[in-house]
Ligand binder design. Sequence first.
Ligand code: PLP
Length: 427
Amino acid sequence: MSTITEKDKAFVWHPFTHLKYAEKPINIVRSEGVYFIDDKENKIIDAIASWWVNLHGHCNPYISEKVAEQLSINEHSIFSGFTHPNAVILAERLLKHLPANLGKVFYSDNGSTAVEVALKMTLQYWNNKDATRTTFIAFENAYHGDTFGGMSVGERNVFNNAFSPLLFDVERIPLPTKENLDDILQQLERICGKGNCAGFVFEPLVQGAAGMLMYEASLLDKLIHHCRSHNVLIIADEVMTGFGRTGTFFASDQLNNKPDIICLSKGLTGGYMPLGVTACSNEIYQAFIQDDKTKTFFHGHSYTANPTACSAALASLDLMEEPVTFEHIARINKSHLQFESEINKHEACKDVRVCGTIIAIELSTSDRTHYLNNAAELISEYFIKRNILLRPLGNVLYVLPPYCITSAELDYIYQHIKQFLDAYLKR
Ligand SMILES: *Cc1c(COP(=O)(O)O)cnc(C)c1O
């Protein structure tokens, strides 16, 4: 057995991958800026920030250097009974950017655990206060990760079908529009009136995995306001929307009513290393300060607050704080809007939408819009042949690039999307 691809087939099980029909995986041997380089020396442009994580380009020299330095200082140390400078400074600096009502940072490993921690923290907050509030409110089509809590608050679909008997029930509400807002508020009144709602969890402004579904901050604000009037805790899953994706540092910056808990991961380390953050209000934290030892938050992971991952997050934050980064974000947004106006009348498009650095193009298909829509393979194949990584969500293709992408590189992607749309009509 010789090649990596052959050994891959022999030894490795890949995520979200059909074991019978999936194409052979592409073997990435290097990465640089917005490009992956495969074993045939193809330069593949990364239009989706490598699963929505990369912010400042691959092998960014600044972050790489900081991470390399950290590896000879303290690669990893236990985080219970011990601390280290990176975790503390990172918490302090994140809290400066997060809404002012948030006062504490709890670390974990990834987006799913950041959400899992938020759910457990919420339930135990009420438990510690001797209140029986055990129900969550969540949106239709939500995605909050692949752990059992994350799956439970997420939409029931092909992703979690096999586990559905074991997932806990939630109160499900539709994404708000101007038309259905009053209905949802009435629905919330009924739900909250039961008095058992612990928290309202949502992806603010953009539901990523659902197909980049976008909704207005002002509408979300009204829902939050209503939930809060019933003392329901507000949980923003900013795993995808954090760190500039929606045009502001956090999507929550566009809300008047700030969340009690914010979950972060993906862009947190600039796409370098796994790390999760669940930031909460001091009020939540206070509920855990008790003489009774059983009120302790018994949750943690072996790699909690890994110092090397924290060094990547600190370096990425340094770059986020450079004015040029938000100039890039504004430039990408402007290009997306321009491109949207060019193609939104195209016959192949059912809908084109933009939020911050994300543009999503929903193709008209005979089948309904969903993840297993057959257009997905067609789209992937078309673009990868042209050395563009554009992994669609069913019939929704989207561009969500690293912020260092140049305007010429964006145009290159747009041109190919236009050609694809024409070809798609003629097929
Ligand atoms: C990706 C994602 C998650 C899960 O994060 P992982 O790091 O993949 O576990 C949770 N919530 C949202 C909104 C996400 O986009």
